[in-house]
Ligand binder design. Structure first.
Ligand code: FAD
Length: 471
């Protein structure tokens, strides 16, 4: 507990923090714990009223208890916090939006650098914005889309631009504009020595932060992005088939893979198996071409029902996919990146059978490809999976902690099927604590170069978590 300050100043701070995003929980600053605003960083420990709110993330399944939480107000505050951690032999993890599915932004007994006060967006010129890492996707879209500009991000409103970008970042617009990290042009980082670096004179740093930067080298405090002209509208088509058998689900999936090989760059598609229902989503941010209409007609023919929305104004259309903003109990992880159906054909029936038999389990395959495969983007980034045009994920959600153990066991059984069948490439932003040699799965051929950079930026391995880059 540090110096008290007038309540009105602190209420201003609390508005900036926006921590009230987690709805029903009380506001961080509603009690009488008011601190000195002139400091660059405020430290919280167990027992402090704000400690719990600052440590918790979006996944209610994960509970960790850091020794110290450093709530930083600026880059200088981050540097001070890093020095504090060094002096006190504390490992450091970093929290921006708090949406890491395995809770890697928190730790036990170390320091969490909490960046929730750093969420501003500043226009540098008509095509460049400077964004702080805790800025959420809904905040980003609300700022850019009214100006007819866009950075391709993910779907969910509360995800932080920090974690999203540093691991890659895919969404409905990635096939058109590339991954989120492909629009990143500059970063400022406080490294593991407490030194403030800028990528303008360090191209390796920018390369590393485009896919390999989550909690590995230092704390990113600012990011510059190129913005794109936004599409005016987005149109969605949904296909549904109920009561599928294993054979039917497999056949639908195989046909979906074949049809989506020729999707235009403006379109995205997802195949989803939830119980005995197959859902297929197709979105398009341009008018349908003859080729797209053919794909839609074919998907319609193989599905039980088809519902088509009219093209919707882009910002309203994206809101449809904002999802849940309150924390939930869940497990959601990468289940492999694939080049085609052939990668999973020999064993997918076993996966489908398990998903059909397991209430609450969802298996989803999403299209990548398109402009994600742009060779310029590939050369400029450490994101290693550009050759894979499908990304799959396994998900399960529940309401009470007593359900966790059983559901996680079932989840792990499906992940074992992929593992035993040599599915290797995995997306870092959908980590699984049970992956073996996770760094190799996430970073592929770029892992060694990333390890060399880890030695350069954080030789003492201060910034570390369960699956961070090893030195
Ligand atoms: C509901 C939900 C929906 C999602 N939808 C998508 C989607 O559509 N597309 C997609 O690509 N991903 C999606 N994701 C995954 C998401 O991209 C990752 O969870 C991402 O890492 C979250 O970033 P964050 O800042 O919110 O999380 P945090 O938990 O704060 O951080 C995530 C990781 O990045 C590190 N990190 C965070 N900030 C910094 C920083 N400033 N400097 C260095 N390291 C940092 C953390 O230490 C941690 O390892 C989704 C996740 C959830 C829970």
């Amino acid at each position: 507990m540090l110096n008290k300050i007038p309540r009105k100043d602190f209420l201003k701070l609390s508005l900036l923090a926006g921590i009230g995003v987690f709805g029903t929980q009380r506001n961080l600053f509603e009690d009488d714990f008011f601190y000195q605003p002139a400091t660059n960083v405020v430290y919280y420990k167990k027992g402090d009223a704000e400690y719990d709110l600052l440590r918790k993330g979006f996944n209610k399944r994960i509970d960790k208890y850091p020794a110290v939480i450093a709530l930083c107000k600026n880059t200088q505050g981050i540097a001070e916090a890093i020095n504090y951690a060094k002096q006190n032999f504390l490992s450091v993890t970093i929290k921006s939006g708090g949406h890491c599915m395995e809770g890697f932004s928190c730790n036990n007994d170390g320091m969490v650098i909490n960046l929730s006060l750093l969420k501003s967006i500043e226009w540098i010129d008509a095509n460049t914005v400077k964004i702080q890492p805790a800025c959420t996707l809904s905040q980003l879209y609300d700022e850019l889309l009214p100006k007819k500009k866009m950075i391709p991000g993910g779907s969910c409103a509360g995800v932080g631009i920090g974690g999203l970008t540093l691991g890659g970042g895919y969404g409905l617009m990635s096939r058109r504009y590339g991954l989120t990290c492909d629009s990143l042009t500059e970063v400022t980082m406080v490294d593991g020595n407490g030194q403030i670096r800028n990528s303008a004179n360090d191209p390796d740093l920018l390369w590393a932060c485009k896919g390999g930067g989550n909690g590995n080298f230092g704390v990113i405090s600012e990011m510059k992005f190129k913005v794109h002209d936004a599409p005016a509208t987005l149109q969605s088509v949904r296909f549904r088939t109920h009561n599928v058998t294993v054979a039917k689900a497999k056949s639908l999936m195989q046909q979906w893979f074949l049809l989506t090989e020729t999707l235009p760059q403006s379109a995205f598609s997802a195949f989803l198996l939830n119980g005995k229902t197959v859902y297929i989503l197709l979105t398009n941010s341009e008018a349908h071409t003859a080729e797209t209409k053919k794909i839609i007609a074919s998907l319609s023919k193989i599905s039980e029902t088809t519902s088509t929305s009219l093209p919707k104004e882009i910002s309203a259309a994206l809101k449809v996919y904002y999802g849940q903003t309150q924390p939930v109990y869940f497990k959601n992880a990468s289940a492999g990146l694939y080049k085609s159906f052939d990668d999973i054909a020999p064993f997918i029936e076993t996966v489908i059978q398990t998903v059909i038999n397991t209430p609450r389990m969802i298996y989803q395959v999403n299209t990548l490809g398109g402009n994600i495969q742009n060779p310029d983007f590939a050369a400029a980034s450490s994101f290693p999976h550009r050759d894979y045009i499908y990304f799959s994920e396994l998900q399960t959600y529940w309401e009470v902690p007593s359900k966790s153990e059983k559901l996680i066991k079932q989840f792990e059984a499906v992940q074992q099927i992929f593992r035993q069948n040599n599915i290797k490439a995995q997306y870092r932003n959908y980590p699984d604590i049970n992956f073996e040699n996770p760094q190799e799965l996430y970073y592929g051929d770029n892992y060694q170069r990333l390890q060399q950079l880890k030695l350069k930026y954080d030789p003492q391995n201060l910034i570390r978590g369960e699956q961070s880059i090893k030195v």
